[in-house]
Ligand binder design. Structure first.
Ligand SMILES: Cc1ncc(COP(=O)(O)O)c(C=O)c1O
Length: 391
C-alpha cells in the first residue's frame, strides 16, 4: 500500500471526525447492562428518539441500525417500488442509490450544483420535462444545507412528489429559522461512528406524519401488522409483507441518548472548526471550500478544500503527501453516475460531481480540533500549504 497506508486512528494527530463521548454514555450503557434488556425498543432508545425529534423540530423518530436501513425503510413506507423513479444526487453515499434499487424502483442520478454541492434544481426540472419521479432525495452534503432546498421543496409540493431529506451528514444544520429535516415529507439521519452523533452504526427516520412513522415501524419489524400491546399475543408472528429486521438495539440507543443530550456542545465545536476552515481558505486563489449559502448555518460535519488550479493527478499526489505527514484525510464521493455499477441510472451531465471528485480533499474535521481555539486547523492548513509548494 506504500504511501497510501492508512494511519491508525490512535496514531493520527487529527482524525476526520470522532464521537464526542463526554456525557453520560457509560452511565446509560451500564444501566442497559444492569437492566438485562439489550433488545429493541429499550427505554434509552426511546428517549434518544424523542430528544432527536425535538432537536430537529419534528414529532416522530424511529431509530434503526444504519442510515442506509433508514433510507430503505423510508422508501418502502412511501410505497415506492417497481415502476417508480427516485431522483438522487450524484455526489452522495452509495446507500442513496442502493436503497432505491433494493425497493425494486429505479434511481435517476442527477448532477449537483457547484456551491453547496446539493441537488441542482435545473437538473431536476430537465428530468421533469421527460418524466415525473415518485420521490426526490435531497442530500445536505458534509453538513451544508443544499442551496436549492426551498425551491425543490416547493416543486415537490406543486408536482405531488415525495421529498426525502437525507440529513445523514447534517445534524443540526439550519436554513432560515428551521433545521434541515423539516423541509420534506420525511427525513433520514445516520449515526454511524464518525457522524456528529455516532453510536457505531445507526440511523433514524423522522417525520411529522404519524402514518408514515407507523409504516416505517412495520417495515423495520419484518412487516408484521400485529406488533404491540393492542393485538392478541398469538398474532405476533403473522406477516403481511416482506419486511426487514432493522430496529436499533438498546446499547446503541443508550450511547445515542447520551450524545443527543450533549448535542449543543458537539454542534458548537463543529461550527468553530468549520468556520475556522472557511476563514483560512477565504480569498485564496485556486482554492475554495464549500459555500455556506445565504441564510444558512451549516453544521460543518466535514470540511473539503477544492484545489481547482491543480490537475486530478496532482490532487491525488497531494493527498498521498498529506497522509504521509500524518493527516487523516478522505477523498470526496466518487460520483455515482460515473461508476460502472450505477452508470445506467445517470441522467444528463455529471460534470460538477466529477469536478468535486477530482479536485477535492476532505481535511481532518474532528470535534476535538475546537480545543485551543482551533489551532489545529491552522496547523493542518500550514501542512497543506507546504505540500502545495511542491506542485
Ligand atoms: C449522505 C448519506 N446518506 C446516507 C448514508 C448512509 O448512512 P449509513 O452509513 O449509516 O448507512 C451516508 C453515510 O453514512 C451518507 O453520508
Amino acid at each position: 500500500m506504500g504511501a497510501l497506508k492508512r494511519i491508525k486512528m490512535e496514531k493520527a494527530r487529527y482524525s476526520l471526525n470522532e464521537p464526542y463521548l463526554k456525557g453520560k454514555e457509560k452511565e446509560y450503557v451500564l444501566d442497559v447492562l444492569d437492566s438485562g434488556w439489550l433488545s429493541v425498543k429499550g427505554k434509552h432508545t426511546k428517549i434518544f428518539e424523542e430528544k432527536f425529534a425535538q432537536m430537529v423540530g419534528l414529532k416522530y423518530a424511529l431509530a434503526l441500525q444504519s442510515g442506509t436501513a433508514a433510507l430503505h425503510t423510508t422508501l418502502l413506507s412511501l410505497g415506492i417500488g417497481k415502476n417508480d423513479k427516485v431522483v438522487v444526487p450524484n455526489f452522495t453515499c452509495a446507500g442513496c442509490v442502493t436503497s432505491v434499487i433494493q425497493c425494486g424502483a429505479t434511481p435517476v442520478i442527477l448532477d449537483v450544483e457547484n456551491e453547496s454541492f446539493g441537488l441542482n434544481i435545473n437538473n431536476v426540472n430537465e428530468f421533469l420535462k421527460k418524466e415525473k419521479p415518485k420521490a426526490i432525495m435531497l442530500v445536505h452534503i458534509y453538513g451544508f444545507p443544499a442551496r436549492d432546498t426551498k425551491e425543490i421543496a416547493e416543486l415537490c409540493k406543486k408536482e405531488n412528489i415525495f421529498l426525502i431529506e437525507d440529513c445523514c451528514e447534517a445534524h443540526g444544520a439550519e436554513l432560515g429559522d428551521q433545521r434541515v429535516g423539516k423541509f420534506g415529507d420525511i427525513a433520514v439521519f445516520s449515526v454511524r461512528s464518525e457522524k456528529m452523533i455516532g453510536v457505531g452504526e445507526g440511523g433514524l427516520i423522522l417525520t411529522d406524519n404519524k402514518e408514515l412513522i407507523d409504516k416505517a415501524f412495520y417495515w423495520a419489524t419484518r412487516a408484521s401488522p400485529h406488533r404491540g400491546n393492542e393485538h392478541p399475543y398469538w398474532k405476533m408472528y403473522s406477516y403481511s409483507g416482506i419486511g426487514m429486521n432493522y430496529l436499533m438495539p438498546h446499547l446503541l440507543g443508550a450511547v445515542g441518548r447520551a450524545q443527543i443530550e450533549n448535542f449543543d456542545e458537539i454542534l458548537l465545536r463543529k461550527r468553530m472548526v468549520g468556520e475556522k476552515y472557511q476563514s483560512v481558505f477565504k480569498n485564496i486563489d485556486g482554492q475554495r471550500v464549500q459555500k455556506k449559502i445565504d441564510g444558512s448555518n451549516p453544521s460543518y460535519w466535514l470540511n473539503m478544500v477544492l484545489l481547482e488550479d491543480k490537475s486530478k493527478d496532482e490532487v491525488r499526489k497531494i493527498g498521498e503527501k498529506l497522509i504521509e505527514k500524518g493527516l487523516v484525510i478522505r477523498p470526496p464521493f466518487w460520483p455515482l453516475g460515473n461508476q460502472d455499477v450505477f452508470k445506467k441510472f445517470a441522467f444528463g451531465s455529471q460534470k460538477v460531481g466529477n469536478l468535486l471528485f477530482e479536485k477535492g480533499i476532505i481535511l481532518p474535521s474532528s470535534v476535538f480540533l475546537a480545543d485551543d481555539g482551533c489551532k489545529g486547523v491552522e496547523e493542518i492548513a500550514e501542512i497543506l500549504f507546504d505540500v502545495l509548494k511542491m506542485f
